[in-house]
Design a protein around this ligand. Structure first.
Ligand SMILES: NC(=O)c1ccc[n+]([C@@H]2O[C@H](COP(=O)([O-])OP(=O)(O)OC[C@H]3O[C@@H](n4cnc5c(N)ncnc54)[C@H](OP(=O)(O)O)[C@@H]3O)[C@@H](O)[C@H]2O)c1
Length: 371
């Protein structure tokens, strides 16, 4: 049974993992804490992106000599495989750790099984400590790796009656500063941020993280920007081509070759993923993003693109920012998603409701989206 000190340390490890979200790709955001032999926190760490230290290694290094006879508390089972880094289990054993406490087992064939290796080395091991808390941030990553496509969060901002703009097209700003800042948090915690060409043409959004501290390494300061642009209509002057972050433009099979070349010359990575009617095949695009190590994807609209994502059951989490305002006319938050009758409605589970300034953020999850 985990001690109070170990549970407190796990809560700290969960917080460390959350702070690292968006900075670990393609690794999971993991947090770890080392308690010395007398139960005092001696070191902390979180996972870094590919090739960087895992959380356990950072925490062990920070603890130095105080690892001997100590306890390692970590949100994910220590890995036992040689990937781009050496197995964490080797480091734990070498550090003289007496006991390992973790929240979630590693489901990977290669990396999993670390607990057995540790037990075989005479280390006491306990699992499932604050598992539910750790799973909030780890589950999307685990789902992504299992399904070999990024976990998809669709975010929108709307009036209470579900409009994203007024009838005359004006839309700035539906929600207040706090809600808008929270969107930058979502971006910072994502590996890629995606919009449809309609949104680029209407809003010329830059899709960068500006109003939230970006993760600590320069190579992953900004999420990859992705534009779903079947016919390569992105203007060369678009803010997504401003060079402040990497940009991918997904085109269909009928895009004008000269336009595609011009966009590539402007610095965009072009991915051709032909779908029906010159559109983009979203499933193939997600596979391409996974191959580029994106595990957490934020879809920022607009309505038609979101409709396609919902229609194809590619949305896992929905974050809606609702302003206490009514418009009665204007574009809806979600376009046709192929749902003809109430019995076919996509039902979501409420995970969180939070007031941000004068707006309300509601976070829901679609259970059973290929889990
Ligand atoms: N309030 C909010 O949260 C929010 C967020 C974002 C946008 N918006 C608003 O939404 C409006 C834009 O929305 P929108 O619906 O016009 O455009 P959109 O959803 O941003 O983009 C739709 C376009 O994407 C392209 N596309 C390619 N493959 C597709 C696929 N598989 N499924 C769907 N679309 C695909 C199509 O153009 P091609 O055929 O040319 O490829 C399609 O017309 C703007 O007014 C913007 O201000 C609001």
């Amino acid at each position: 049974m985990a001690t109070t000190g170990e549970i407190v340390a796990m809560a700290r490890a969960v917080a460390l993992a959350r702070a690292a979200l968006g900075a670990t790709n393609p690794n999971p955001a993991v947090g770890a804490v080392v308690l010395d032999a007398s139960g005092v926190i001696a070191g902390e760490g979180h996972t870094h992106s590919a090739g960087g230290d895992h959380a356990e290694i950072e925490a062990l290094a920070a603890a130095g000599d105080r690892t001997r006879g100590g306890v390692l508390v970590t949100t994910l089972e220590p890995c036992r495989h040689h990937g781009r880094t050496a197995p964490c289990t080797d480091a734990v054993i070498a550090a003289g750790i007496r006991r390992v406490v973790y929240a979630i087992g590693d489901p990977h064939d290669e990396a999993g099984g670390g607990a057995e290796v540790l037990r075989a080395a005479g280390i006491e091991v306990e699992s499932d400590v604050l598992a539910e808390e750790a799973l909030v941030d780890l589950d999307p990553w685990l789902l992504a790796t299992r399904r070999r496509r990024p976990h998809v969060t669709w975010k929108y901002a709307a009036t209470l009656d579900g409009r994203t703009a007024a009838a005359d097209g004006t839309s700035r700003w539906i929600t207040g500063a706090e809600a808008r800042r929270d969107v930058h948090r979502l971006r910072a915690q994502s590996d890629a941020v995606l919009v449809g060409i309609g949104t680029v043409l209407a809003d010329d959004t830059a899709l960068t993280v500006r109003d939230w501290p970006t993760p600590d390494s320069p190579t992953r300061r900004q999420p990859l920007r992705v534009v779903v642009d079947g016919k390569a209509r992105t203007p060369l002057s678009a803010a997504v081509l401003d060079g402040s972050a990497r940009t991918m433009i997904a085109v269909g099979g009928t895009a004008d070759e000269r336009r595609v070349k011009a966009l590539a010359s402007a610095g965009a990575e072009i991915v051709e993923v032909p779908g029906a009617d010159g559109r983009v095949d979203l499933g193939a695009l997600l596979a391409a993003l996974f191959d580029r190590s994106a595990r957490l994807l934020l879809v920022e609209g607009g309505a038609r693109l979101a409709g396609s994502f919902v229609r194809e059951r590619l949305v896992d989490r929905v974050v809606g920012y609702h302003a206490p305002a009514l418009l009665g006319a204007g574009p809806p938050v979600l376009a046709d998603a192929g749902i003809p009758t109430i019995g076919a409605a996509v039902r979501l589970e409420i995970c969180d409701v939070t007031q941000l300034g004068n707006d309300v953020r509601i976070t829901t999850e679609i259970r059973g989206s290929g889990r």
